[in-house]
Design a protein around this ligand. Structure first.
Ligand code: C2E
Ligand code: CA
Ligand code: CA
Ligand code: CA
Length: 277
């Protein structure tokens, strides 16, 4: 039994070592990934199921590693936050998204706003305003066609500073969404003071929306949004049942695999064209 315990320890040790080694490797490679153009942006549609219209997109990051293949943001974003690389990565991302969206607007292909996810590190850097201003200037995109997605925990970590930065950003016309709403430390107390336009219902609630308890939470989030005059988007929508339930509660804007997975800009154009036929 003692031997088995020892082996188990060794197993955990090796496991931990592998995880640690991979993390260090990714950390090292990430420094070159931006200049080597290994980051890709994919776009996922936000669809209004009532008017049957495209109303927005979310831009999501991908890392195409030369040896390790596609790496999920769930793995590399935390590392980029530890190293601070998230700041130049986000700067690049906002720039790319604004230019792509300006192209879609000018070509009359799709005229919606595109959202970009914000890490708390970017807020702490105090560089966000300057990044957004520069991206809008360079791309000539209207500020209202750029949206920032922030989580409740970012909004709540330093409420006064967050509000200050968001007010300045909204001065540029930029829109703000509260992401993963309902999962973080409740921001209910300060929600009416937060300068936000949209609540995004976390996909965890949608995934289990056959449960009475989750249905109650979803209905309440939609009611809160309606009362505060905010838009509401349901995330992770995969089934017709989920759509029916959400619509019966007054939420019509959906994002999820049911409508479209995150796709490259070229695939997004094709996807939308096919929708028009
Ligand atoms: P998130 O912001 O909550 O993004 C939604 C995630 O749900 C995306 O995963 C998306 O692909 C996935 N998703 C969308 N619809 C469905 C569905 O119907 N079913 C299922 N099962 N999943 C769906 P992804 O792209 O892997 O991103 C994971 C997380 O990584 C994001 O969660 C976000 O927190 C973070 N992330 C992604 N891109 C960026 C970025 O550019 N900057 C920052 N700071 N974080 C990012
Ligand atoms: Ca998001
Ligand atoms: Ca989310
Ligand atoms: Ca999430």
């Amino acid at each position: 039994a003692k031997q088995a315990g020892k082996n188990r320890y060794r197993f955990y040790d090796e496991q931990m070592n592998r995880t640690q080694t991979r993390k260090m490797e990714l950390e090292k490679d990430m420094r070159k990934a931006l200049v080597h153009e290994e980051f890709k942006i994919v776009y996922q549609p936000k669809w209004d199921s009532r008017t049957d219209r495209l109303v927005g997109m979310e831009a999501l990051l991908r890392w195409q590693h030369p040896r390790l293949g596609m790496i999920s943001p769930a793995e590399f974003i935390p590392i980029s936050e530890d190293t601070g690389l998230i700041v130049p990565i986000t700067r690049w991302m906002i720039q790319e998204v604004c230019c792509q969206n300006k192209h879609w607007h000018d070509s009359n292909e799709m005229k919606v706003s595109i959202s970009v996810n914000m890490s708390i590190r970017v807020f702490e850097s105090q560089l966000l305003y300057e990044m957004v201003e520069q991206a809008l200037n360079v791309s000539k995109l209207e500020g209202e066609h750029l949206e920032l997605e922030i989580t409740e925990s970012i909004a709540m970590s330093d409420v006064a500073n967050t509000i200050e930065q968001l007010i300045a950003l909204r001065g540029l016309g930029v829109k703000v969404s509260l992401d993963d709403f309902g999962t973080g430390y409740s921001s209910l107390g300060s929600l009416d003071q937060l300068p936000v336009d949209t609540l995004k219902i976390d996909q965890g609630f949608i995934r289990n929306s056959d449960q009475r308890s989750k249905q109650a939470i979803i209905s309440n989030i939609i009611a809160i949004a309606q009362n505060l005059d905010l838009d509401v988007v349901a995330e992770g929508v995969e089934t017709q049942e989920q759509i029916q339930f959400l619509r019966s509660k007054g939420c019509s804007i959906m994002q999820g695999y049911y409508y479209g997975k995150p796709m490259s800009s070229a695939d997004m154009s094709r996807w939308f064209e096919a929708k028009q036929l």
